[in-house]
Ligand binder design. Structure first.
Ligand SMILES: Cc1cc2nc3c(=O)[nH]c(=O)nc-3n(C[C@H](O)[C@H](O)[C@H](O)COP(=O)(O)OP(=O)(O)OC[C@H]3O[C@@H](n4cnc5c(N)ncnc54)[C@H](O)[C@@H]3O)c2cc1C
Length: 413
């Protein structure tokens, strides 16, 4: 009989894992009260960001925080009202900024990101996603010569961790990104990066293929687990208790209560981001990060999408001034006051304070596999996470060293 596996969460991580486990011969059931891809996976920047090997909890990033907090257009914003609730996360992030820990974290992320592009290439073929991806690489534009010079050490760290980085002259950048009213000082090109023209569309397509090939999606919230003898024996929803052979916890930012039932202290926090889709954006062939302004412009099916900003301590209501700041930046960069918004969105990145996902067996049940906390790179890491989850669930040898992603690294409960 096929092994029955429950996946909690139908975001990009859960649906990627569902597809891989299905192909491995398992009977997979995905639970989510929402439509697939309706939460954080809906509105991201679409970048297969293989360059994000450095955790953002670092001393050099912390040093820029006071200056950014003074600037309403800066990529980072800390909401005073949310500070008491965000404080434990911030404290842990500061602790995680110790150079030795950053070094371990960089190695951990580099291992995952080094396998990310090949995993997506494979999944694109197997799930028929070719029309949703563009593989021209990605650009980073620097406006100030001083910022370009200051990033030389960063580029070297990326290269040391296997990321191909080409430095581009100002002339080359201005050819590749025509129309900038503020000519670039120079930039970088990541030849192995890629982007999608429809982030939500990928999750929808994966879900459609999953169901077409025999998978089940139940629109139900998982509320708990039936545990016996160090294993999960079943899952509980408001309408049923279902016996399962293994569980994958891929519920993004909402994973904490379920992960804590499975024995892991889980200080996950939301880093709120925003996007604005332009009605009349400039012509772009590939995704472009504007480094000093901290946002990405990605050409998508629905228009050029501007995405970014990190808001910590956010309440329930969006602060749409953060989305308007993205539009303001783009108008300034292109000297085009006519750039107009077609739609806007906000979502909370699921981020653990050390910027590593939890990826591995839970402390209390070895057949409960955690796959959440993918911070700014959940789309990028989804396909490789799916493959690692398969090996963890089926107790096969795992190809990568996942020690930095241990599920008990913040403590056991
Ligand atoms: C502005 C912005 C830009 C970004 N840009 C990029 C980018 O360019 N590249 C990149 O790689 N990443 C990017 N990201 C990050 C990426 O979007 C996330 O890391 C990713 O979407 C996380 O996916 P997920 O499946 O873990 O979470 P989600 O998409 O949030 O899915 C989790 C699912 O679990 C479900 N769930 C929760 N609780 C339960 C429960 N109890 N029972 C059942 N289901 C449950 C939820 O309903 C949800 O559908 C960006 C994020 C933002 C906000």
């Amino acid at each position: 009989m096929k092994q029955k596996i429950a996946i909690v969460g139908a975001g990009i991580i859960g649906m990627s894992a569902a597809r891989v486990l299905q192909r491995a011969g398992a009977d997979v059931i995905v639970y989510d009260p929402e439509e697939p891809g309706a939460i954080c996976s809906f509105g991201n920047a679409g970048n297969i960001a293989i360059d994000h090997v450095r955790p953002l909890s670092r001393l050099d990033v912390l040093a820029t925080v006071p200056r950014m907090l003074m600037d309403p257009l800066a990529p980072l914003c800390l909401k005073p009202a949310g500070l008491p609730a965000a404080w434990p996360w911030l404290w842990r992030a500061a602790v995680a900024s110790r150079p030795s820990q950053v070094q371990r974290g960089t190695a951990g992320l580099a291992a995952l990101l080094g396998a990310a592009r090949a995993a997506w290439d494979d999944e694109i073929k197997l799930s028929g996603l070719e029309d949703l991806f563009r593989t021209e690489g990605a650009l980073v534009v620097y406006e100030q010569p001083a910022s370009l010079t200051a990033t030389a050490a960063d580029a070297q760290i990326l290269r040391d961790h296997g990321v191909r980085v080409d430095m581009l002259s100002a002339d080359r950048i201005n050819q590749l990104v025509p129309g900038l009213a503020r000519p670039a000082a120079g930039g970088r090109f990541y030849p192995d990066a890629a982007h999608t023209i429809d982030p939500r569309g990928i999750v929808t397509r994966l879900a459609e293929r999953f169901v077409a090939e025999g998978g089940t999606i139940r629109r139900e919230r998982v509320t708990g687990f039936l545990q016996a003898d160090g294993r999960v024996a079943g899952i509980q929803t408001p309408v049923r208790a279902e016996t399962v052979g293994a569980v994958v916890l891929a519920s993004g930012l909402a994973s904490r209560p379920l992960a804590e039932q499975l024995g892991a202290r889980t200080p996950i926090g939301g880093e709120r981001g925003y996007h604005v889709v332009l009605q009349n954006g400039p012509a772009l062939d590939l995704s472009v990060t504007f480094a000093e302004r901290g946002f990405i412009a990605t050409p998508m099916r629905m228009g050029v999408r501007l995405a970014g900003t990190v808001e910590l301590g956010a309440g329930t209501d969006p602060d749409w001034r953060r989305a308007e700041a993205l539009l303001h930046h783009m108008r300034t960069l292109y000297g085009r006051d006519d750039l107009a918004e077609a739609s806007r969105w906000t979502g909370d990145r699921p981020t653990l304070p050390d910027y590593l996902p939890m990826l591995g067996a839970s402390p209390k049940a070895r057949n409960a596999i955690f796959a959440f906390g993918h911070q700014h790179i959940g789309l990028t890491l989804a396909a490789v996470t799916g493959r690692l989850v398969r090996d963890l669930v089926l107790e096969r040898p795992v190809a990568l060293d996942l020690s930095a992603c241990r599920t008990d690294r913040f403590g056991r409960l």
